[in-house]
Design a protein around this ligand. Structure first.
Ligand code: G4P
Length: 539
């Protein structure tokens, strides 16, 4: 039986946890928003700290440089900060050139997401991809439309863009008054108040606090915002007729996104976003394991590894496994079992990540992320637990977007190449595919920078020099279902495009969208899956 003091404590800790990621296309303002959130949370005190890291991480794609920055990227992968009694865990989703499978995996470890959209550009490609991953798990999403200080698209166009392109209902929580040069502020739909925009550093006479109005018919509105008052009335009326009112159930089911408008760089609308987020976003929920559903409030510890990152010091080859806690309390030095290895170990030197630091962790709760240093024994997708053997569904593999044929410079190093690729694949850095006919390796990555990293790591850690050759492929699909005959016929017909992945699953490579669609039509009994569950969850 659980003791009641523990039950009360864990309930309180779980209720105040918010574990989330920010998803956006590069340049929409994710770094700027992260920085403002951390400033509000008191986790950093200097504007520019996150930005500085970003600049140094992305200034070059040179591997050594990346390696040097790794200490920083490890700590900035998870940022914990307190806000208004809530304990926020912001998980970084690598974007830009280092957009990789890691980016997707991080999304399997969060309870909700914040989506940043650039008001000038609207929905862009990376947002669309990230959103697809969120949809797989019905992750609740709150949207922040950024850069209202610039001449962007109209708010109605932007909402329509999100609804059409991302297939999610929009429920505006605030509404912009003007835009760009004529941007005056936002109308808070729920509170019925106006909040005036004051660009950072500008000593405008307009009030800092929100001004309440008595409904949109209030003549005070005309005095406050002049001619824009009628536009606002019209737009809100339109919204009431055609838009979606906020529905918490639909938000939690991932069907509707509450939308906030603002300007991150001017710190406008960020506090409202953070307040709305703390109020609406879900605390850690129960998770399905192979045998039963695990409540976060259970006494026994359980967690899942969603990311493994090589540590700063390449000489030691140590790695940090990032574990998302799913239930129970983590205590320093506790004994944990690894389901896959059937082994236990003492988690003596676990670390927890603060915004700019990492420190030893004494205790941690569901929703928190802890880092476990290890020498390669812990893998992405591993389930860790304290008592009852548990297994959470693994982290799926996602179809890569870029392919290269790997060529060994010294053909006698085939064994080392195989070892290196096997280990790097296990770590989740890359995927490889081997044609059924032939001995090639075709590497697949979600972001192109991964190829450079893999070549540098093969040279540095496995003493294997490789180069890449162009590969004509555009995507891959794992083949499921269909009767044996159909699969055999498909394989015979397209033998050159048939491959097996590192875990021996059959897949097919395609060189165009047209080819993929055509094949799907021709073989209706076969499923062409764009994700593949990991091996441990297949049985
Ligand atoms: P990212 O992490 O999503 O890639 O975006 P980041 O925050 O780096 O922002 C991308 C650019 O957009 C930056 O400009 C940033 O200053 C700008 N930005 C962010 N929020 C706003 C906003 O509310 N309004 C306007 N007008 N711009 C915004 P940059 O020129 O690339 O960098 P910097 O020289 O300003 O640092």
């Amino acid at each position: 039986m659980q003791n009641t003091a523990f039950a009360t404590q864990i309930r309180r800790e779980v209720q105040r946890r918010r574990t989330f990621a920010i998803i956006s296309h590069p340049d929409a303002g994710k770094t700027t928003l992260t920085e403002k959130l951390l400033l509000f949370g008191g986790a950093i005190h200097l504007a520019g700290s996150v930005k500085a890291k970003k600049a140094s991480t992305h200034a070059t794609s040179d591997w050594m440089e990346i390696e040097r920055q790794r200490g920083i990227s490890v700590t900035s992968s998870v940022m914990n900060f307190e806000y208004d009694g809530f304990s926020m865990n912001l998980l970084d989703t690598p974007g830009h050139q280092d957009f990789s499978e890691d980016t997707y995996r991080v999304l399997t470890a969060v309870d909700s997401a914040l989506m940043v959209i650039d008001s000038v550009k609207g929905v862009e490609t990376q947002t669309r991809k990230l959103m697809e991953v969120c949809r797989m798990r019905s992750t609740p999403i709150i949207t922040f439309i950024n850069k209202l200080d610039r001449e962007g698209r109209t708010p109605l166009e932007l909402l329509d863009d999100i609804e059409q392109n991302l297939g999610i209902e929009c429920a505006p929580m605030s509404w912009p008054i003007g835009m760009g040069k004529s941007f005056q502020g936002v109308y808070d739909i729920r509170q019925g108040s106006i909040r005036f925009f004051r660009p950072e550093g500008n000593k405008s006479k307009r009030p800092r606090e929100a001004v309440m109005i008595q409904g949109l018919d209030d003549p005070a509105l005309d005095e406050l915002i002049g001619e824009a008052a009628d536009d606002l009335r019209n737009e809100i009326e339109l919204l009431e007729g055609a838009g979606y009112p906020f529905d918490k159930e639909r938000y939690l089911a991932g069907l509707q996104t509450p939308v906030f408008f603002g300007s991150a760089i001017n710190n406008f609308g960020v506090r409202e976003l953070l307040d709305g987020f703390a109020e609406l976003a879900p605390a850690p929920k129960p998770r399905k394991a192979a045998t039963r559903e695990i409540s976060p409030l259970e006494e026994q510890f359980s967690g899942v590894v969603f990311k493994v990152q090589a540590n700063m010091d390449p000489a030691h080859r140590d790695r940090i496994a990032f574990v998302r806690i799913c239930s129970g309390r983590f205590n320093r030095g506790m004994k944990l079992q690894n389901r896959r290895l059937g082994k236990s170990f003492k988690a003596a030197n676990a670390i927890i990540f603060m915004a700019q630091d990492r420190t030893g962790v004494e205790e941690a709760w569901p929703g928190d992320v802890i880092g476990l240093p290890n020498h390669g024994s812990i893998r992405v997708g591993d389930t860790l637990y304290s008592d009852e053997p548990l297994e959470f569904p693994g982290i799926p593999h996602f179809a890569p977007d870029f392919f290269r044929r790997i060529i060994l410079k010294d053909p006698f190093k085939a064994k080392q190449l195989e070892k290196g690729l096997t280990q790097l694949t296990e770590e989740g850095a890359i995927q490889y595919f081997r044609p059924l006919t032939g001995r090639d390796y075709i590497l697949g990555a979600i972001g192109v920078l991964q190829f450079e990293i893999i070549a540098a790591r093969l040279a540095g850690e496995y003493n294997v020099d490789v180069r890449y050759e162009h590969s004509p492929y555009y995507t891959v699909r794992w083949l499921n279902g269909g009767n044996k005959n159909a699969l055999r016929r498909l394989t015979d017909l397209h033998s050159r495009a048939m491959v097996k992945d590192a875990d021996d699953y059959l897949a097919m490579l395609f060189n165009s969208d047209w080819h993929l669609e055509r094949t799907k039509e021709d073989w209706p009994d076969i499923e062409f899956a764009d994700t593949r569950e990991c091996v441990t969850c297949a049985h």
